[in-house]
Ligand binder design. Structure first.
Ligand SMILES: Nc1ncnc2c1ncn2[C@@H]1O[C@H](COP(=O)(O)OP(=O)(O)OP(=O)(O)O)[C@@H](O)[C@H]1O
Ligand SMILES: [Mg+2]
Length: 224
């Protein structure tokens, strides 16, 4: 279970997140929405341990991030908004490289299986020859090598076609259901959010988003 207790974050004097609290259960898929600049990526960076809140605390299964940083870090998979893969290597070589660096060594066959479950079949192809959607799938596959319990995805489906979106969404649902992975992901695509998440969290008092989601019959919890 993830628990966030009244965290704050400012960049210099600019306050971005104020008194954010939330709880997410094991195996839940939560959509994080809000307008550009609302603070979604900032929140995900703090949940990933890459950034510390100025105040407040975050707990994973009752362990505080501050005190159990090293242990918690290994339980988290984070896919940042920008791609982080080796363009001139093949899909296989990318997976091999990141598997070597990983907290857990699952072997290359298990890596291939992750890609195949996501319908990423171009195992021998150089990444530079893949479409944007395929690259996103690879970035996601890399984040799963160490079998994270908490998966944080910052706009994993931006700019990709309907079919790949469906494949990624279904894959995430399978992961949550079969492995109990807790998943938080941001997206600006409300159909996708509606289809693949169990619950929606909105950052900021943004009535436009609230109305948009309510019109679709989606219940939304506001974080600030
Ligand atoms: N490193 C930084 N230094 C200073 N300000 C920053 C930094 N990172 C983000 N900000 C500011 O913090 C606010 C929140 O940014 P953030 O990237 O978290 O928003 P977001 O909700 O992810 O937006 P988007 O939908 O565009 O990805 C923005 O006003 C942004 O300009
Ligand atoms: Mg962002």
């Amino acid at each position: 279970m993830l628990e966030v207790q009244t965290i704050n974050k400012s960049y210099k004097k600019k306050s971005v997140l104020e008194n954010i609290s939330l709880t997410i259960e094991r195996g839940e898929i939560v959509g994080l929405v809000g307008e550009n600049g609302a603070g979604k990526s900032t929140l995900l960076h703090m949940l990933s341990t890459l950034m510390r809140p100025d105040a407040g605390e975050i707990y994973w299964n009752g362990l505080s991030y501050r005190q159990h940083y090293q242990e918690i870090k290994q339980k988290i998979g984070f896919v940042p908004q920008d791609l982080a893969i080796w363009e001139h290597f093949s899909v296989e070589d990318n997976m091999r490289y990141f598997e070597q660096l990983s907290w857990k060594n699952i072997g290359i066959e298990a890596c291939k299986k992750i890609c195949e479950e996501m319908q990423l079949m171009q195992w021998k192809e150089p990444v530079s020859s893949l479409s944007g959607g395929m690259k996103r799938k690879l970035n996601l596959a890399i984040s799963l090598i160490h079998q994270p319990e908490l998966l944080l995805l910052d706009e994993p489906t931006v700019g990709i076609d309907m079919r790949s979106k469906q494949e990624i969404g279904r894959f995430l649902q399978l992961l949550a259901k079969t492995q109990g992975t807790t998943i938080i992901y941001t997206s600006h695509d409300m159909s996708e959010i509606e289809q693949f998440t169990d619950r929606v969290l909105l950052i900021g008092k943004d009535y436009y988003y609230q109305n948009l989601l309510s019109a679709r019959g989606i219940h939304v919890d506001c974080l600030s």
